[in-house]
Design a protein around this ligand. Structure first.
Ligand code: 5GP
Length: 114
């Protein structure tokens, strides 16, 4: 079996990281290198799915739950508007192959919204 991902190690308490939300199936943390005023990661507890394509095919209900948690967090920590990003594949910037959603909010300039 492969080593637990960095996210699983945070969930287990083996490395530091504030868990903002935890449900039966998912949890959320702050990204260690934020790219927006609010930058959270919503992560399924299972490491079974490497990326969002595998997750959508294998457990669409779990993907839906991640989206719902992302919306709740954006409402709680920002004004409710957010971007949801799934980097998929190393050439697209994915570095942790335990599927996760980036929840980004705040700080967008008007020109970036066009
Ligand atoms: P990816 O590049 O795979 O889409 O996203 C991985 C994200 O995990 C990156 O944005 C990175 O900053 C974040 N990350 C990596 N290691 C840690 C860590 O130890 N703690 C936290 N909170 N975030 C991490």
């Amino acid at each position: 079996m492969s080593e637990p991902s960095v996210f699983s190690r945070i969930l287990a308490g083996d490395i530091p990281g504030e868990i903002l939300v935890e449900t039966e199936n998912v949890f959320a943390i702050r990204d260690i290198a934020p790219q927006a005023p609010l930058h959270l990661l919503v992560i399924p507890k299972t490491e079974r799915y490497r990326d969002v394509g595998e997750l959508a095919a294998g457990d669409p209900a779990l993907l839906s739950e991640m989206v719902a948690v992302a919306g709740s967090l954006a409402a709680e920590h920002a004004d409710g508007d957010y971007r949801l990003v799934f980097n998929t594949g190393a050439n697209a910037g994915q570095t942790v192959f335990h599927v996760h959603a980036h929840v980004l909010a705040g700080g967008l300039q008007e020109k970036e919204l066009r």
